[in-house]
Design a protein around this ligand. Structure first.
Ligand code: MN
Length: 324
């Protein structure tokens, strides 16, 4: 399929580059480093070769979310966003931008989102899970009350919010001890992000802001497969769920979430996601540079779904959601 749009596509700036080291074997670092630092050359060639018209670009992970000192988090986010705005301006037909946000300071995060959308023309934000705030051992999730005004602004600006994975801190990783292979994209990313998304659903956030749209990568971090059981648990007991949200969580999953194919190029999984959330709420992505554009595109172009669904997932859902 020609004209595909991808929206979980990352770059780095020198200050955040090292955050991406260690997820792959050391001998792949020179290749990953050059992919992360490039925007206009190798990346565009990959896109041309595999029918990708556009990438919505975002900073690598965990980057800003792992900078416990709020002033520095604010500074790095601004620098990354200003750099990205300049790169996008060179080829706005091929690149658009998602903002990095210093969630360590909710007021500054709100201001930076507004600046990025109103002044720099960004299409939304991408945040890497919980934030460490002041204390490097802290983990502040986005359902925290301190983010009420931030979410109100996100709703008012009418821009989507991409909830991207990061690893749990060592203090919250006992279950992975002795099995470091489970960290990162293999398993821990999905576990961490799925729980984060369930926290948002249960918090009542989407009762307050029914228009708000959250995007999850990796075909929903396992949630399409599990969301029915979350709502149905022990249905014979008739006990109401003990969370503030008014609806079953599957309701918010279908009303307030979009999924992307980033890093999960599996037809069986895509079909399950389509059955749970619908092809109007799934969008193509690759997760470049951590995954390959060819792996994503060759799979997607040939996977056995209807032409109508391929056009929606490959392109038109993103055009509509991001007003491209
Ligand atoms: Mn990613």
């Amino acid at each position: 399929m020609q004209g595909k749009i991808g929206l979980e596509e990352h770059f780095a700036i020198p200050d955040t580059l090292a955050d991406s080291k260690g997820f792959l074997a050391d001998d792949t670092w020179p290749e990953l480093e050059s992919r992360l630092m490039d925007i206009q050359e190798r990346r565009l060639a990959e896109m041309d070769r595999h029918g990708m018209q556009m990438m919505l670009l975002s900073l690598n992970a965990p980057a800003v979310q792992a900078i416990a000192e709020p002033k520095r988090a604010i500074d790095i986010a601004r620098r990354a966003n200003d750099y990205l705005a300049k790169e996008v301006a060179r080829r706005p037909d091929r690149f658009q931008a998602l903002a990095a946000l210093p969630m360590q300071d909710p007021d500054e995060a709100t201001r930076e989102l507004r600046r990025c959308v109103k002044e720099l023309g960004f299409r939304g934000a991408l945040v890497n899970g919980f934030s460490q705030i002041n204390d490097p051992s802290s983990m502040v999730y986005l359902d925290d009350k301190r983010y009420a005004a931030f979410w109100a602004e996100c709703d008012k600006l009418d821009v989507p919010f991409y909830l991207h994975p990061r690893n749990p801190l060592p203090s919250a990783s006992q279950i992975y001890e002795g099995h470091p292979w489970l960290l990162g994209p293999t398993w821990a990313f999905g576990q961490e992000t799925a729980v984060h998304a369930l926290r948002l659903m249960a918090s009542g956030l989407f009762d307050r802001h029914p228009r708000l749209q959250i995007i999850l990568g990796h075909l929903g971090e396992g949630l399409p497969y599990s969301i029915w059981r979350v709502d149905n648990r022990n249905a014979w007991t008739k006990a109401p769920p003990r969370y503030p949200a008014k609806q079953k969580l599957g309701f918010y999953f279908q009303q307030n979430f979009y999924l992307t194919t980033a890093g999960n190029f599996r037809t069986q999984t895509l079909i399950d996601a389509m059955l749970e959330i619908g092809s109007d709420r799934i969008m193509f992505s690759t997760d470049w540079p951590f995954e390959n554009v060819d792996h994503a595109a060759i799979w997607f172009d040939a996977c056995p779904i209807s032409t109508a669904d391929r056009v929606k997932i490959g392109r038109s859902n993103a055009e509509r959601l991001f007003k491209l």
